[in-house]
Design a protein. Structure first.
Length: 223
């Protein structure tokens, strides 16, 4: 065959059907299109996603490993239902990942970036104080996504993206079970705001831990 004379540009990475389906289902779960406890019928999913049964089964298996769906052998699959008794453990587990991301990333940031993060942390605290759980979750997500995007440890970034989202989903949907502990979370973000403005790494670390109930109530600012 003739050899083409023109240069071939970089090829786009190929996305496997099962990966595309997994991301579509994952997004639907995380955004509330598919609700906790909702039964995932294979036929309905095939019609919705326009794919065969095999990639759907592969995607559901991957989501079950993530903890976003629950499959019973020889039976149906449902969207996972967060358990209230696991609210604190889930919050703490995602906190361990994000505290690590923060510890590695914050020293790399410029002063103006710390000021912006302080503003965001203060907004999280304000929304928590106002009882705006949805808003506080969205804003705190922006805060930590900024850190994840700048984190120099790609292994930790990958682990956080794979596991942190599912843990955060479970923690958020069972947030009412946190009760008075939400005040500790609010105080943690207040302390984090102050620590970021001061630029003190140890105080930032302690306040971040308080945001995930990994230390006692931090309303004293970590002093």
């Amino acid at each position: 065959m003739p050899v083409p004379q023109h240069e071939i540009g970089p090829s786009r990475p190929r996305v496997l059907v099962r990966e595309r389906v997994r991301e579509q289902l994952r997004e639907a779960i995380l955004t509330g299109v598919l609700l906790p406890g909702e039964r995932l019928e294979e036929g309905a999913l095939r019609a919705w996603l326009g794919v065969s049964a095999t990639p759907i089964r592969q995607a559901l298996h991957a989501l079950a490993i993530e903890g976003l769906v629950v499959s019973a052998p020889q039976s149906h699959t449902i969207v996972a239902i967060p358990q209230p008794e696991h609210a604190v453990p889930n919050l703490q587990a995602v906190g361990v990942l994000l505290v690590g991301v923060s510890a590695l990333t914050v020293p790399e940031l410029a002063p103006d970036e710390l000021v912006e993060l302080a503003r965001i942390a203060g907004e999280v605290a304000d929304r928590l104080a106002a009882g705006d759980a949805q808003g506080s979750s969205e804003v705190s997500g922006r805060y930590f996504m900024r850190l994840i995007e700048r984190c120099p440890n790609s292994v930790l970034v990958g682990l956080t993206k794979r596991s942190g989202t599912s843990l955060g989903y479970h923690a958020f949907l069972s947030r009412d079970a946190l009760g008075d502990a939400l005040r500790t979370v609010e105080n943690g973000y207040r302390s984090l705001q102050s620590a970021l403005l001061d630029g003190d790494s140890s105080s930032i670390d302690r306040a971040t831990r308080a945001c995930f109930l990994l230390v006692a109530d931090d309303r004293d600012g970590g002093s």
